[in-house]
Design a protein around this ligand. Structure first.
Ligand code: ADP
Length: 141
């Protein structure tokens, strides 16, 4: 492997509730990504605020907090060749209504907020998010 990376995804509460976790993981595994670790958790106030700190000034921030704490999320650490960009490409753009068919958000999401998955968007954020949710940048069990 030339560019082996590990990235983090969160299956959002509505997608977990709707039973989409298996479909999402199936698509990611089919693309060659390997699950290194996974856990289900509820995002509490401080964790949520830290995770979405870059959006704290946005008008929709209170809505994100409400939505993301409305039920459990599934956090998964995934490894593979260029895993960070590979997951973002499979995911599609933020707004599910505009995401192309064939992408996870285009096929399974609803709108800008209800867009199935969070996924790390750079090496730096992947490392911070792996530490945040698994305590390590190498969360192999
Ligand atoms: P992405 O998840 O594609 O990396 P951002 O980091 O910009 O996108 O935003 C984080 C999350 O905040 C999005 O996944 C979405 O759930 C929510 N969000 C972003 N922009 C909006 C918006 N304009 N209205 C409502 N929710 C939004």
């Amino acid at each position: 492997m030339r560019n082996l990376e590990t990235t983090l995804i969160l299956v959002k509460p509505d997608a977990v509730e709707e039973g989409l976790t298996g479909e999402v993981l199936h698509r990611l595994e089919k693309s060659g990504l390997k699950i290194l670790n996974c856990r289900m958790l509820r995002l509490d106030g401080p964790l949520l605020k830290e995770h979405y700190a870059h959006l704290a000034q946005m008008p929709f921030f209170p809505e994100i907090e409400k939505f993301m704490s409305s039920g459990p999320v599934v956090a998964v650490a995934l490894a593979g060749e260029s895993a960070i960009t590979k997951v973002r490409d499979l995911l599609g753009p933020t707004d599910s209504a505009k995401a192309p068919k064939g992408t996870i958000r285009g096929d399974l999401g609803k709108d800008k907020m209800h867009n199935v998955l969070h996924a790390s968007d750079s090496l730096e954020t992947a490392q911070a998010e792996l530490r945040r949710f698994f305590g390590s940048t190498d969360p192999r069990v």
